[in-house]
Design a protein. Structure first.
Ligand SMILES: Cc1cc2nc3c(=O)[nH]c(=O)nc-3n(C[C@H](O)[C@H](O)[C@H](O)COP(=O)(O)O)c2cc1C
Length: 214
């Protein structure tokens, strides 16, 4: 398959270094609100890149669950392949691509487990069967013989924890926060003259912006 004739012109917006807010989180929230208003499907879905001890990058989608004052939070299995990567190397990057808005946002920084209590609060808010699913998928990314094995475990756990009973929060499951060190906002423009504004923390912990060549 050859896609070399396929191209779109991006003409929906612009990004001006002089008029961006002082905090990247402010701009992130504005862009997220616009993505929601434009009905982007799963605007919270982000590609998460990690790189473990083998120096080989891995990328997968996870769901953004919270924007904090310092970064972004998602939830996963701590024993998963990504969990093992970040245990060996705490540098990570998340990417949002919202085609409908011709925008991408890249957030990189160091990743760390959030407070266990906060993870438990969120786990207990999840639908009952998703809670059971988290127990079935242990260790996430490990090999399973076939789907029947997963389904049997699921049924056994449903019998053990019927609807309206509490599913215990697994210690192997919880949130990670990427504390942002760089946040890049990318707005597609015509003729590949895209706008890229990146925020980085200076030595005094203040955000500074730069425009990057597209
Ligand atoms: C839309 C979407 C949302 C997802 N959200 C999550 C999530 O929030 N947490 C998670 O652990 N996996 C999520 N996944 C599954 C991951 O992409 C991945 O398959 C899984 O976490 C195992 O990744 P790993 O083997 O690299 O650790 C999601 C997948 C998709 C397509």
């Amino acid at each position: 398959m050859d896609f070399t004739d396929q191209r779109l012109s991006y003409e929906k917006g612009a990004l001006d270094q002089q008029s961006v807010p002082a905090s990247p989180f402010e701009l992130f929230k504005v862009w997220m609100d616009e993505a929601i208003a434009q009905k982007v499907q799963e605007p919270y879905a982000m590609s998460l890149a990690t790189c473990g001890a083998d120096n080989k990058p891995s990328v997968r989608i996870v769901l953004l669950r919270e924007i904090t004052d310092t970064g972004i939070i998602f939830y996963t299995n701590y024993d998963s392949a990504k969990g093992q990567d970040v245990a060996a190397n705490p540098n990570a990057e998340a990417l949002f691509f919202w085609h409908e808005l011709e925008r991408q946002i890249r957030i990189s920084g160091r990743i760390a487990k959030i407070d266990a209590e906060k993870s438990a609060t969120y786990f207990q808010k999840r639908p009952h069967d998703s809670q059971i699913g988290a127990w079935v998928s242990q260790p996430q990314s490990g090999e399973v013989t076939n789907r029947e094995v997963m389904e049997q475990t699921f049924e056994q756990l449903q019998a053990k924890y019927p609807e309206n009973t509490t599913v215990p929060t697994p210690t192997f499951w919880g949130g990670y926060e990427i504390t942002a060190e760089h946040i890049e906002f990318w707005q597609g423009r015509a003729s590949r003259m895209h706008d890229r504004i990146v925020y980085s923390k200076d030595d005094n912990n203040n955000w500074q912006t730069k425009r990057l060549l597209p």
